[in-house]
Design a binder for this molecule. Structure first.
Ligand code: ZN
Length: 232
């Protein structure tokens, strides 16, 4: 049985994250939860719950106010990035090393600020990312849990007919996206938002997806921050 490296990341740190962590734990998977102090779409997880979550999964920075870092001044970007690291270190006792750019927006200067702040891994919202990142602070993903229209050009460019054919359902698409990543020696990186899973009723879909992946591959779960680190 072939091995599939699998990593998952969940943005914003809303109140549905604990249910998501439970789901990951049931499947023996690893999660990285990118928590901002202000959660834009659903109430944020209380700090005590963020602390508990940090004992089970990785917590990463996602700014304080969930701002678009390409729209603010360099000074504001630094305050948001440094502030989020200090806040999470205070809440969890662990300074985070992984960072996710809100709305997927970054500039070269923002990336350097994240690096200077002490972050060693950065996640974008690039989709169907099938090459190793040139910079660990700019890693892409395999797929979001939800389909997005703006991902279509990349899907077409990739030109993988099995993946195109699998797009008829979300579940078959995600399994084929994992196969696509595996065949190219890449981890399967699934990302989303816990509030989105709740709002769009994706709990059963994820449960079935994780079972399906485990039936096809020997899964090697890693947190985002361990991506690129060889297994011992
Ligand atoms: Zn976000």
């Amino acid at each position: 049985m072939h091995e599939l490296t699998i990593t998952t990341s969940w943005d914003d740190g809303d109140v549905h994250c604990e249910r998501l962590a439970d789901l990951l734990d049931r499947h023996g998977l690893a999660g990285t939860f990118y928590v901002s102090r202000v959660s834009p779409e659903a109430p944020r997880l209380p700090e005590a719950a963020i602390r508990r979550l940090s004992g089970r999964h990785e917590i990463g920075g996602h700014t304080l106010r969930h701002v678009r870092l390409d729209w603010v001044t360099g000074r504001e970007a630094r305050d948001e990035i440094e502030g989020s690291r200090a806040w999470l270190a205070d809440v969890t006792g662990i300074p985070p090393t992984s960072f996710c750019y809100p709305w997927g927006k970054w500039t070269p200067r923002v990336v350097e600020t994240a690096r200077e702040t002490g972050f060693t891994y950065g996640r974008t919202i690039e989709h169907l990312s099938m090459r190793p990142p040139g910079d660990r602070l700019l890693d892409g993903t395999t797929s979001q849990t939800l389909p997005q229209v703006y991902y279509l050009p990349r899907l077409l460019r990739l030109g993988d007919l099995r993946l195109l054919a699998a797009a008829r359902t979300r579940e078959t698409f995600l399994v084929e996206a994992a196969r696509c990543a595996h065949d190219r020696g890449r981890p399967f990186h699934l990302w989303g938002h816990a509030w989105e899973v709740e709002r769009f009723g994706q709990w059963d879909l994820l449960d079935r997806l994780f079972s399906e992946l485990a039936a096809r591959w020997r899964l090697r779960p890693v947190q985002n921050g361990a991506l690129g680190t060889p297994s011992p």
